[in-house]
Design a protein around this ligand. Sequence first.
Ligand code: PMP
Length: 364
Amino acid sequence: MEIKRVFNFSAGPSTMPVEVLEAAAKEMTDFEGSGMGVMEMSHRSKVYLGIYSATEAKFREVFNIPDNYKVIFMQGGATLQFSAIPLNLMTKNGKADYVLTGSFSTNAQKEAVKYGQINVAFSGKDEGFTRIPAQDELKLDPEADYVHYCDNNTIFGTKFNYIPETGNVPLICDMSSCILSEEVDISKFGMIYAGAQKNMGPAGMAVIIIREDLLQDPQEKTPVLLNYKVLAEKESMYNTPNTWGIYVLGHMMDWVKKEGGIAAMNKKAKERAGLLYDAIDNSNGYYVNPNDKDSRSIMNVVFRLPNEELEAKFAKESVEAGMTNLKGHRSVGGIRASMYNALPLEAVEHLVDFMKKFQENNPQ
Ligand code: PMP
């Protein structure tokens, strides 16, 4: 029986490869002859520990993680990291730099001020977060315990096209909405983290990649479940981890490998984004992307129509045309197409066709 799939442009949780969903479905009631599904397994059982270490190994291989970095799987999404980061890492001088390029980096900064002295190294707020700063616009404090930034801004559709240079100050990056979409030199970072629900599988987990020398004692009142040192020592199993999320991540990594690895993911992402940006740029101003061209995201593409009525109509009719989740984030309006690794090119072709017809049918 052929399954019917909608073209799902959700910003996360988001579309996943059918193969991964089917592989998980097939093993749902009996994982490799164990007589039980993964959701039913003790996280301390031999069979599950096998799943855990295989997932970690595949993730390390796919993302090319150096040996002196630990991988931790944590619950609480990326947002809990906004608290965990200052608690664990703002421990030397009690200061940190935050680069504000959108909603999530701002949320991270709002959380961090509870735990130390925060310097806003750059804020794009007054410009409506429409661009990424150049390196020389970052007002960095050499005494900061770390610099935090968000590589890809999911809501505003912007992306750093360089890795900020921070000298000896550890660089911490929220890669929630772009992880595994391009090759990254991890050695440039003190820590990278990401919520899983975009390019890594189901929601309910964040993945942390942290350089070993940063695993120090955290601030005194840090909850044990936020203590990176403890979690790294206990292989993410101080308590019951998100066993299902870790397992599905393993299948996701098999899929990425089979498709040609991150280089192939990046090529496809550029193809999808190129197609959509071309459609926007060639619409004679009917569709407008508000961002600087060299700050454009290839995962989340935002655009406006001539007015809000047309945007509402566009969102509504796109659903009738077999697409979903194209409505922009409630805080900014407009239209947003999130196009993570698992989104087929066909979905974007369908969207671009729809955009042309919509413009013809609703002239300005
Ligand atoms: N950072 C970025 C870049 C995000 O896109 C999101 C969620 N969309 C978050 C952080 C927050 O993630 P979570 O919902 O997993 O806490």
